[in-house]
Design a protein around this ligand. Structure first.
Ligand code: FE2
Ligand code: FE2
Length: 277
């Protein structure tokens, strides 16, 4: 790559994503909707049910193992009631962005869904109040990869090649070759779309959980889930590297062997049931 892309230019291009003509109209509409400071349940339910394909996908997702109500949610309004607005917002974004990326990086969707299953399981073990929200943090943690791939396809291709050649993580290759990593890019968008603070931090700091201030627990869960899923070889996150878990995240979660085993079993069950795809 000739020159590193200028950071300000990169940020402006990433943040301008909802004006891109190449984006599918659903994602564009979702971006516009997420800009609204107050979004009501009725508005979001109407938006989803107006689009039969989207309705099907939302119902498929909420009935999958990732959300813990397998086969029990039959309507969009029921889904919103059970899971809450924030979860549904994240879900919509996940569905549209990852669909877009599936063409470019086979396996990233599986990686993300498996992380969502793992994060929900850990959140339950740690008796957190909203395990589904933690699951959405994990579902969207690599959203920056989708965005960079979309905005800088040629550069990202080189970065993927570099990571593979050098046997380093995609994150480290990005640090070498890009002005910002996928975590930072995700953070910009999460802030711009006014995601709740736990989601912003989990996306922005999933590779450096010690930096999270408002949501260290959620961020640590996403960080550990990312690594557990990589270690288990489920999906593909752009590289074959399995990084070490940051000690701050280990200390925060203190997962027992039994708890880790349970997480891995749930991840494998959700993959083998095939209901996620
Ligand atoms: Fe990542
Ligand atoms: Fe990841």
């Amino acid at each position: 790559m000739a020159d590193k892309i200028d950071l300000q230019k990169m940020r402006a291009k990433v943040e301008g994503i909802n004006t891109l003509p190449t984006l599918p109209s659903t994602l564009r509409q979702i971006s516009v909707m997420l800009e609204k400071p107050r979004l009501t349940m009725d508005e979001i339910a109407r938006f989803i049910t107006n689009d039969p394909a989207l309705t099907t996908k939302v119902l498929k997702m909420v009935n999958s193992a990732a959300y813990g109500f397998p086969g029990r949610i039959s309507s969009v309004s029921h889904a919103i009631m059970l899971l809450g607005l924030n979860v549904i917002r994240g879900l919509l974004l996940g569905i549209s962005v990852f669909e877009l990326m599936q063409k470019n990086m086979a396996g990233l969707w599986e990686h993300s869904l498996s992380c969502a299953v793992s994060a929900r399981c850990i959140a339950q073990q740690k008796k957190m109040k909203e395990p589904e929200e933690v699951s959405i943090c994990a579902l969207l943690h690599d959203i920056g990869k989708a965005i960079v791939m979309l905005q800088y396809p040629a550069e990202y291709e080189q970065i993927l090649g570099k990571a593979e050649k050098l046997g380093i993580s995609l994150y480290d290759a990005e640090k070498k070759l890009l002005a910002a990593t996928h975590a930072e890019v995700g953070l910009w968008l999460a802030q711009k779309w006014r995601f709740p603070p736990n989601l912003v931090e989990a996306i922005g700091f999933h590779h450096q959980p010690q930096s999270a201030r408002q949501a260290p627990l959620e961020t640590s869960i996403v960080h550990v889930s990312d690594i557990l899923v990589r270690a288990r070889g489920v999906g593909f996150a752009g590289d074959y590297f399995v990084p070490a878990v940051h000690p701050a995240a280990w200390d925060m979660l203190r997962l027992s062997d039994e708890e880790i085993r349970t997480v891995l079993i749930q991840v494998e069950d959700s993959v083998s049931s095939g209901e996620e795809n």
